[in-house]
Ligand binder design. Structure first.
Ligand code: NDP
Ligand code: 8X3
Length: 246
C-alpha cells in the first residue's frame, strides 16, 4: 500500500486529493491548521487517513509532524506540496508587508522545508513530488506580485529538483492551474461576498478536476515524468500588455 503526504488537506484541492488517493487504495497523511476539518475528513475516510494539524510556517511543528508519523505512515511515496495561499488583491504600492511575508513563509519556506525533510524516504521508495504552482507563475497580473513570485519559485524549484534527483527514480511535477473554485478566493479577498464575484459565472475548474489530474500523474508508469502541467478552464485565457500614456 502506498502513502501520500498531502499538505493543505482541510479544503479545496488538498481535501479532494485526499479523497481521491484514499479511493484509489492509498494511505494519506492529511495536514492543515484546522483541526475540525481534519477530524471531519478522518471520520469520512477512516483508518487510511492520518490527520496532523499544524502550521506549515512553524519549523518545530513541521519536524514534530514528520518525526511522529506512525510506522504504517512513515514511508512516504508521494509528497503533495499543496498548502498555500494568496493574500490581498492590491497592487504592490497598496499591499500589506505581513501578507507578503505569510505567502513567502507558506508557499516557499513550507514547500522547501517539507521537501527537504521527506527527501530521504522519497528517494528510498523511488517516490514522487507534486508541487502546486499556478498560472500566476507564468502570466503576471495586477495584484499578483508576491503570490506570482512564490509560484514562480515553486515552478523553478520543481524543475531544479528534477535535475538534482536525476538517477534516483524520484519523479517531480509542477502543476500550474488557473481558476479553481475553492476557499482560495475567500482567503484571498477575506470576504465571501467579494470572492463570489471573483470567479462568478466563469465556470472555473473544480478541486476534483485538479485532484484527478494529480492522481493521473501519480499513477503513470514509473518511467514517465510530467515536468510541468498548465491547466485552465476554457473560460480563462490571456490578455495583452497595458500601456500608460502621458
Ligand atoms: P484552499 O484555500 O481551499 O486550500 C488551501 C489549503 O492550504 C488549506 O487546506 C489550508 O489549510 C492550507 N494552508 C494555508 N496556509 C497554511 C498554513 N500556514 N499551514 C498549514 N496549512 C495551510 O485553496 P486551494 O485548494 O485552491 O489551494 C491549494 C493550492 O493550490 C495553493 O497552493 C494555491 O496557491 C494553489 N492554486 C490554487 C488555485 C485556485 O484557483 N484555487 C489556482 C492555482 C494554484 P488551513 O487553513 O486549515 O491551515
Ligand atoms: C491563482 C490562479 O487564475 O486566479 O493561482 O490567477 S488565478
Amino acid at each position: 500500500m502506498k502513502t501520500a503526504f498531502i499538505t493543505g488537506a482541510t479544503s479545496g484541492i488538498g481535501a479532494a486529493a485526499a479523497r481521491r488517493f484514499v479511493a484509489g487504495g492509498w494511505r494519506v497523511i492529511a495536514t492543515g491548521r484546522r483541526q475540525d476539518r481534519l477530524d471531519a475528513l478522518a471520520a469520512e475516510l477512516g483508518e487510511a487517513l492520518h490527520p496532523i494539524a499544524f502550521d506549515m510556517r512553524d519549523e518545530a511543528a513541521r519536524e514534530a509532524a514528520v518525526a511522529g508519523l506512525p510506522v504504517d505512515f512513515a514511508g512516504v511515496d508521494l509528497l503533495l506540496n499543496n498548502a498555500g495561499l494568496a493574500l490581498g488583491t492590491a497592487p504592490a504600492q497598496g499591499a500589506c508587508l505581513s501578507d507578503w511575508q505569510a505567502m513567502i513563509d507558506t508557499n516557499i519556506v513550507g514547500v522547501v522545508a517539507m521537501t527537504h525533510r521527506l527527501l530521504p524516504t522519497l528517494i528510498e521508495r523511488r517516490g514522487a513530488i507534486v508541487n502546486l504552482s499556478s498560472v500566476a507563475a507564468i502570466y503576471p497580473y495586477t495584484g499578483g506580485n508576491v503570490y506570482g513570485g512564490t509560484k514562480a519559485f515553486v515552478r523553478q524549484f520543481s524543475l531544479g529538483l528534477r535535475s538534482d534527483l536525476h538517477g534516483t527514480g524520484v519523479r517531480v511535477t509542477s502543476i500550474e492551474p488557473g481558476m479553481v473554485e475553492t476557499e482560495f478566493t475567500t482567503v484571498r479577498t477575506g470576504d465571501r461576498a467579494a470572492s463570489d464575484t471573483l470567479y462568478a459565472g466563469a465556470d472555473p475548474m473544480t478541486a476534483e478536476d485538479i485532484a484527478e489530474t494529480i492522481w493521473w500523474i501519480a499513477t503513470l508508469p514509473p518511467h514517465l515524468n510530467i515536468n510541468a502541467l498548465e491547466l485552465m478552464p476554457v473560460s480563462q485565457s490571456f490578455a495583452g500588455f497595458q500601456v500608460a500614456r502621458t
